[in-house]
Write a protein that binds this ligand. Structure first.
Ligand code: NAD
Length: 448
């Protein structure tokens, strides 16, 4: 049996909020700290600030059970726990490097408010060497404040959850990576994660630098799989092969497997694009030119405009005044996250060409509007069918389940067949042909 522990989570975004709620659900007492006052006020009112399946119910339950509290008061949050998790953002700088200002600011805040020893876990994705920087920052600030007698350990503890399945991933992690050289605190770390570690031991202790690189290596490997398949899809299109047949054919080899080899309109989100860029940047800093990673990034840039090229070719370069239905805005299904979503580039291309967009997404419309601002050329629809009303074509950017099966009915009920540009290969080209619909998938050629 593990006994309840007090934990503080700093940053209540996709990672921090989900991790906090999962700790609380397992019985730990969790205090969440954020500098965003509006966010904390909403969370204190029981509102969820992000969409993740299962999250809303768990917030309500654990807030009511007093396992979970939200504050903007750093002193209260840091005082309340020995275990402090940093889960703030590390966005890309102009040059591709990771912006560490939020992580290092939090390190200072921890030093300023600590009055006893702490274990500081860095959950944010940070380049090799950052945990040492966090440690130095805390140490220097403690010295400035004449509190150098206070002990602390900085632990690299990267997060591997997938948006859209974040609660499930956090509850049943594949692995719990712990980069820590201080063996004296290993038992305490194990204790914190014990509720997630009952089926078999998932805690992997390693040195800090290896833990930091593990996170980037994982995301870069996944991004590589996507870009590889996207490159294959480009070849397939030119030689008249169907990439979906090829996918099935190669996935049957257990050394390759079926997971994560779907071609599409490019990867987006808050992680793959920035983490690939950051590892390229880090490699160059140690005088190494990472050729695979540079290509992964370049292929993705090309792929993000591929659907626009199909649109352009279908309408012979003339999309001015046309209306496009766009199904799916989020960078992937089951999330409201719009960061680096391929839909943004497609919308931009359509608007630049003088077209109008009727957009539908089950969860991400508000976030999309917040990024693009009010624009009379974009209408956000409440239903996917509404987006088809008067549209000259349909573009699919996200493979939400609700688009997959039922919607051929919506298309076949239109007064006239409109072309479909399917950025996620969710439709069956034969069925489209049967319906008399011009269909452009990814890596499957034109089907009419
Ligand atoms: P996010 O932008 O959703 O959330 C970050 C939060 O930190 C925001 O609420 C912000 O207000 C808060 N914050 C910023 N500065 C702060 C400060 N000084 N004190 C307190 N709070 C502060 O970010 P995210 O998507 O949760 O990502 C967080 C980190 O986790 C990143 O490094 C990311 O790369 C990594 N990560 C993300 C995912 C994912 O799927 N989103 C998965 C694994 C790892």
């Amino acid at each position: 049996m593990s006994s309840s522990i007090s934990v503080t989570v700093i940053g209540t975004g996709y990672v921090g909020l989900v991790q906090a709620i999962c700790f609380a659900e397992m019985g730990h007492r969790v205090c969440c700290l954020d500098i965003d006052e509006q966010k904390i006020a909403r969370l204190n009112r029981g509102e969820v600030t992000i969409y993740e399946p299962g999250l809303e119910e768990l917030i309500r339950k654990n807030t009511a059970a007093r396992h979970l509290s939200f504050t903007t008061d750093a002193s209260e949050a840091i005082d309340s726990s020995r275990h402090i998790l940093i889960a703030v953002g590390t966005p890309s700088e102009e040059d591709g490097s990771a912006d560490l200002q939020h992580v290092l600011k939090v390190a200072q805040t921890i030093a300023e408010h600590m009055s006893e020893s702490k274990l500081v876990y860095v959950k944010s994705t940070v380049p090799v060497g950052t945990n040492a920087k966090v440690s130095n920052t805390i140490h220097q600030r403690l010295v400035e404040l004449d509190k150098q007698h206070l002990e602390f350990s900085v632990i690299s503890n990267p997060e591997f959850l997938k948006e859209g399945a974040a609660v499930q991933d956090c509850m049943r992690p594949d692995r719990i990576i712990i980069g820590c050289e201080d063996t004296a605190v290993f038992d305490e770390i194990r204790h914190l994660y014990m509720p997630f570690n009952r089926n078999h031991d998932k805690v992997m202790f390693m040195d800090c630098v290896s833990a930091e690189l593990t996170k980037y290596a994982a995301n870069c490997m996944l991004a590589t799989k996507i870009s590889f398949m996207n490159e294959m899809s480009q070849i397939a299109e030119r030689v008249g092969a169907d990439i979906e047949q090829v996918r099935l054919g190669i996935g049957a080899d257990p050394r390759i497997g079926y997971h994560f080899i779907y071609p599409g309109c490019g990867y987006g989100g808050s992680c793959f694009p920035k983490d690939v860029k950051a590892l390229i940047h880090s490699s160059r800093e140690v005088d190494f030119e990472p050729q695979v990673l540079a290509s992964v990034e370049a292929v993705n840039q090309l792929q993000k405009t591929h659907l626009l090229e199909s649109v352009d070719s279908h309408f012979k370069g003339d999309i001015k005044g046309r209306t496009f239905a766009l199904w799916g805005l989020a960078f992937k299904p089951n999330t409201d996250d719009m960061r680096e979503a391929p839909s943004l580039q497609i919308i931009k291309g359509l608007l630049d060409g003088g077209a109008r967009v009727l957009a539908y997404d089950p969860k991400a419309a508000d976030n999309c509007r917040a990024i693009l601002g009010e624009n009379s050329a974009i209408t956000y629809c409440d239903h996917k069918e509404d987006a088809l009303d008067g549209a000259d074509a349909l573009i699919v950017c996200t493979e939400w389940n609700e688009f997959k099966a039922a919607d051929m009915n919506s298309l076949s009920q239109l007064k006239q067949a409109i072309p479909v540009f399917d950025g996620r290969n969710i439709f069956d080209p034969d069925y489209m042909r049967y319906q008399g619909i011009a269909y452009y998938g990814i890596g499957r050629g034109l089907s009419v």
